[in-house]
Design a protein around this ligand. Structure first.
Ligand code: FE2
Length: 155
């Protein structure tokens, strides 16, 4: 008989990236700040099933902080450039922060989340978010004109 820890390790070894999130891959937006943030976030997600219960809380906290800082940066970019998808994009960010906050609260209450399920949940969110929201933002930010204010001064 195998324990749930052994089952999680077995699941990790047999899953292929395409099974976790079919469209997910290391993204390149050709925007240095967004690339750096996304690659760091992806690396943190990759560590989720690999840490033991004692380290899990620290990793979850790091994932939350990284997501929060990265989302705030994207939101500053959107506000500075008057990007018209700000409200919808921010709502997506807030939804993931709510999910992460719920897991943080559960952990504080003594409930140990299933690391593989949490990783799958966040990877699916990330995959969808990148395609629907981050690519259009990166395309817009790469355009020099987006960084000009209405008086044509570089901001
Ligand atoms: Fe985003």
């Amino acid at each position: 008989m195998t324990s749930s820890k052994d089952a999680a390790k077995t699941t990790l070894r047999t899953l292929k990236a395409g099974e976790i999130a079919p469209g997910m891959r290391l993204q390149y937006y050709e925007h240095a700040a967004m690339d750096r943030a996304h690659h760091k976030f992806t690396a943190l997600l990759g560590a989720l099933p690999l840490v033991d219960e004692r380290a899990f809380g620290n990793l979850l906290e790091q994932i939350y902080q990284e997501a929060k800082e990265h989302f705030e940066q994207e939101e500053r970019f959107m506000l500075a450039t008057e990007f018209d998808q700000y409200a919808g994009h921010k709502a997506q960010h807030d939804a993931l922060l709510d999910v992460l906050n719920a897991h943080r609260a559960n952990l504080k209450a003594g409930e140990q989340p299933n690391a593989v399920e949490l990783q799958l949940e966040i990877c699916r969110w990330q995959d969808q978010h990148q395609q629907d929201w981050d690519y259009p933002l990166a395309d817009f930010l790469r355009c020099r004109a987006s960084w000009m204010n209405s008086e044509s001064k570089v901001i």
